[in-house]
Design a protein around this ligand. Structure first.
Ligand code: SAM
Length: 223
């Protein structure tokens, strides 16, 4: 497990504390439709941190070509439908470029500037000239306070919220699905626009636009 990250509950967990069996049960929640509208038809996509393919599969079904990357062999074993690569994002260096590099699930909010830069450098390395890097970032409102969200077959609780210097936030997120419970300890860092644009530039990217008014989805392009 990485510093500040850990997970507990049934089955195996990835180094960032994600529970494989929990993600296996999870379904897309409109993200694939949103991404599809933001990119060209039949795009080649490099998806970083793909997990069990929750978003990979619907993007494939929409006609895109997806190469799915995750450091967890157990995660990518769940995606036989397409090419998968087991690698940390920071170390990935393929000899190929893609129309779109997708890095969602708040991976950009890792609470370490050097690691975040490595993630962005990987994005920059793999996007073709004129292509898009789509990033989903955490908003300061998201882990701001304890909260419980109940749905018909699932429950999500945010607890142990601790606001730390440098816009960092530690919290525990507990999911219950069909009577089974998983907890994940998170250490995240919210990014100001200045912080984000500075690191994008350092990686050879520029902020092209926010794809949502709340700024949670960012499109960056190679400089
Ligand atoms: C929270 S899960 C989300 C998976 C998927 N994006 C989704 O939305 O269903 C995060 C995934 O990213 C992977 N991951 C996190 N940091 C990573 C890194 N530095 N390199 C490679 N994979 C990473 C984890 O192994 C995990 O499968």
């Amino acid at each position: 497990m990485r510093v500040g990250q850990g997970g507990s509950g049934p089955g195996a967990h990835t180094p960032d504390g994600s529970a494989i069996e929990m993600y296996e049960q999870a379904e897309a929640n409109g993200e694939d439709e949103f991404i599809d509208k933001a990119i060209d038809p039949k795009s080649s996509i490099l998806e970083l941190g793909c997990g069990t393919g929750r978003i990979t599969r619907p993007l494939l079904a929409r006609g895109h070509q997806v190469v799915a990357v995750d450091e967890s062999a157990e995660m990518i074993a769940r995606i036989p439908e397409t090419e998968t690569i087991q690698s940390t994002i920071g170390e990935l260096r393929l000899d190929r470029q893609f129309d779109v590099v997708l890095m969602m699930s708040y991976l950009i909010n890792v609470a370490d500037d050097a690691e975040r830069l490595r993630l962005l450098e990987t994005c920059a390395h793999h996007v073709r000239p004129g292509g898009s890097v789509l990033i989903q970032q955490q908003l300061p409102t998201q882990l701001a306070e304890p909260v419980v969200l109940e749905r018909e077959h699932s429950r999500m609780e945010i607890s142990d919220v601790e606001h730390l210097p440098g816009n960092k936030v530690a919290a525990t997120i507990t999911h219950t699905r069909n009577g089974r419970t998983w907890s994940q300890q998170l250490l995240t860092q919210n990014l100001t626009e200045e912080h984000l644009t500075g690191q994008l530039t350092e990686a050879g990217l520029q902020l092209a636009e926010y794809l949502t008014p709340d700024t949670s989805w960012v499109r960056a392009r190679p400089i």
